[in-house]
Write a protein that binds this ligand. Structure first.
Ligand code: NAI
Ligand code: HPV
Length: 427
């Protein structure tokens, strides 16, 4: 019989990469998870593997790539859950994580306002040529001129991707007197006086400023190339604070050089330095009408603090209770305290017959099941069984062993609750 290894909360190894907020460490600490290592930046592959070794949970931001090779590496064999302390989860191979039984959590709202504010700032700065004039002033050069400078009032902003960020840009832009049109693959409720247009082409032909707020998907890869930029109005502007490979950067650089576009503001790049010590290279470097920011859309104290709390909370809920609410690649089961139970988690490939086998195993034992939960996605099934602790750990371990043998099983876990219902031990 496999008793499994017993880990108390303070033995659960958590590694947080990329300068995640101290707020996360505090939230872990308050919940009893004190074995937390906080690394200030993204690390290279070797260090990543070394840090992953023995880690139960990790936290990353947008730079750390959790590719198939990393997730399937021996070093990641203990990995139980991943927290993306950001919105984007494209840096993680989500299907592979799921088939390893590793739910991935993120913070879908916490930094959206910060991005929207930066985009508004970028819009005004671009249209007033603030950065080239400021840089000239730093060189002791006085460029007082109205040439090529415009108010944003009355101009049309075209938002591509009207989700959490795009819709907030919409509200803020309208408050400044801009007209808002947007394009989205889904029909979205227009906020204020914004208008949804039916094609991206229509938006590109109409807007004075185009702002991109789509996720990184195969469909959005290079969605703004030379052809699309050619459709934009002469003397218009482009903002990208979504993902670097949404725009063909060479095409954008050419449009700036030819003055087809009067300016651009870019926060994200196809290739970003892994850390602040690495040099930044881009075809846009040196084009003074392009505002370049180092992927800081979500980098505010407020956003980072909120993200730290939110994602740490989700990881704690998963580790302590098995709750997968908020996971982006996993069936969502909302679980809380369950006093005097032994909770078995069974993660499996969602294929016919697995559930029947699980029920057969449970049925073969005369046990009191206090709660049973099932959620599935197309590929993954997640069953949770709350078994009366009166049956004893030994018996439940036998059941767990048998459940582990069910064909299609990816992973099982056993959580033992104390009298208060806190599942303090991971076996
Ligand atoms: N610069 C930065 O620091 C940050 C960048 N981001 C990026 O911004 C992206 C958007 O964030 P949210 O607004 O929170 O996401 P969201 O999921 O709320 O909104 C995305 C919207 O894009 C739409 N969409 C998807 N594919 C599309 C397509 N092919 N054409 C048109 N619309 C399409 C969706 O229907 C949705 O309405 C994130 O995925 C992330 O990559 C997010 C936070 C910080
Ligand atoms: O939330 C996102 O998707 C972002 O792009 C922000 O990434 P970051 O946490 O600043 O590396």
């Amino acid at each position: 019989m496999t008793q499994g290894t017993v880990f108390n909360k303070e033995e659960i190894k958590i590694v947080l990469f990329e300068g995640i907020s101290q707020a996360a460490v505090e939230v872990f600490g308050q919940a009893g998870y004190t074995n937390v290592e906080l690394l200030p930046k993204a690390v290279d592959r070797e260090t990543l593997l070394a840090k992953l070794s023995g880690a139960h949970m990790i936290g990353i931001r947008s730079r750390t790539q959790l590719k198939q090779e990393i997730l399937e590496h021996e070093a990641a064999s203990r990995l139980m859950a991943v927290g993306c302390f950001c919105i984007g989860t494209n840096q993680v191979n989500l299907p592979v994580a799921a088939t390893r039984g590793v739910p991935v959590f993120n913070a879908p709202h916490s930094n959206t306002r910060s991005v929207a504010e930066l985009v508004i700032g970028h819009t005004i700065m671009m249209m007033r040529k603030v950065f080239p004039n400021s840089m000239a002033a730093h060189r002791k050069q006085w460029n007082k001129s109205a040439a090529g400078c415009y108010e944003v009032r009355g101009k049309t902003i075209g938002i591509i991707g009207y989700g959490h960020i795009g819709s907030q840009v919409s509200v803020l832009a309208e408050a400044m007197g801009m007209k808002v049109i947007y394009y989205d693959v889904l029909t979205k409720l227009p906020l204020g006086n914004a208008t949804q247009v039916t094609s991206m082409q229509e938006l590109l032909k109409t807007a004075d400023v185009v702002s991109l707020h789509v996720p990184a998907t195969p469909e959005t890869k290079e969605m703004m190339g030379a052809e699309e930029i050619a459709l934009m109005r002469e003397g218009s502007y482009l903002i990208n604070a979504s993902r670097g490979n949404v725009v063909v950067v060479d095409a954008l650089a050419e449009a700036i050089r030819s003055e087809k576009l009067l300016g651009a503001a870019v926060d994200v790049f196809p290739k970003e330095p892994a850390s602040n010590t690495e040099a930044f290279e881009s075809p846009l470097v040196g084009l003074e009408s392009v505002i370049l920011t180092p992927h800081i859309g979500g980098s505010t104290q407020e956003a980072q603090r909120n993200i730290g709390r939110e994602v740490a909370g989700k990881l704690i809920n998963y580790c302590t209770h098995g709750s997968t609410i908020g996971a982006v690649n996993f069936p969502g089961v909302n679980l809380t305290h369950s006093p005097n139970t032994i909770r078995l988690l069974h993660i499996h490939h969602n294929r016919p017959g697995v559930l029947q086998k699980i029920n057969d195993v449970v049925g073969d034992h005369a046990i009191n099941v206090l709660g049973q939960y099932l959620r599935t996605t197309e590929d993954i099934g997640f069953v949770v069984l709350d078994i009366d602790a009166a049956h004893g750990r030994e018996k439940v371990s036998v059941i767990r062993d048998q459940l582990s043998e069910v064909p299609g099983t990816i992973r099982t876990r056993k959580l033992v609750s104390d009298e208060e219902g806190d599942h303090t031990i991971l076996e």
